[in-house]
Design a protein around this ligand. Sequence first.
Ligand code: NAI
Length: 246
Amino acid sequence: MSLRDQVAIVTGASRGIGRAIAVRLAREGVRIAGLARTRETLEETARQVESAGGKMTLYPCDIAETGPVATAIEEIARTWSRVDLLVNNAGITRDNLLLRMKPEDWDLVIQTNLKGAFNTCRAVLRPMLKQKYGRIINITSVVGVVGWPGQTNYAASKAGLIGFTKSLAKEVASRNITVNAVAPGFIVTDMTSNLSEEIRSEALKTIPLQRFGQAEEIAEAVVFLASDSSSYITGQVLQVDGGLAM
Ligand code: NAI
């Protein structure tokens, strides 16, 4: 089955890795429903999707909020009559050493990165179970695999997402739904642009391929896991990190 005319929900589609995934999937002929907090930034992605020959509908909402996410996904399923692919990409960091970490920064990261995936997956399962087909791809992080100082909240959310991925994969495998994770290493986006020179050069030393990754390189892994080429793969974490966490 080709990806052409499939329907994909991409969260955090307004910039960075999410935008690259939306544009790359559109190039395969996938119709995109983009979720992010603000319409204005989603509109730029929609323009790029159109330039790639695709079509994207916009759903501004906070993925941490169960009700609005469920409403958006119901509307997407009604509009397109199916949902083939869900890419849980939206995520945030609120870094600090644990001793100095504010409880609200712990909560916000867990609510966004982990509960966000709970909200979207729960809402998308109904159409996927009905059509007996689905691909769910969760964007976790190598930090969830190896840990990183100053990121206990983020690492907990991303490690949690890996456990979530494997458990859900076991729940829905018999219905022809696969659930996998992609774990990026350091990727050049807004999220990593404010890191100090010191942290960047320390990070670079840990990467065997000796460079940071590009958002488009994550998008390639997503296309593979969305495609028929990965039909016998579920519950896996594909690390796209230049060898950082091998
Ligand atoms: P980014 O900060 O450039 O983009 C994040 C996207 O998520 C934006 O579209 C933003 O609007 C959306 N978002 C954030 N909170 C949201 C919320 N509550 N509701 C709806 N949308 C929300 O980040 P980047 O770098 O593109 O990261 C994308 C994903 O990849 C994240 O899950 C991140 O944790 C993960 N990742 C990124 C790495 C990197 O080095 N950039 C490394 C490993 C993982």
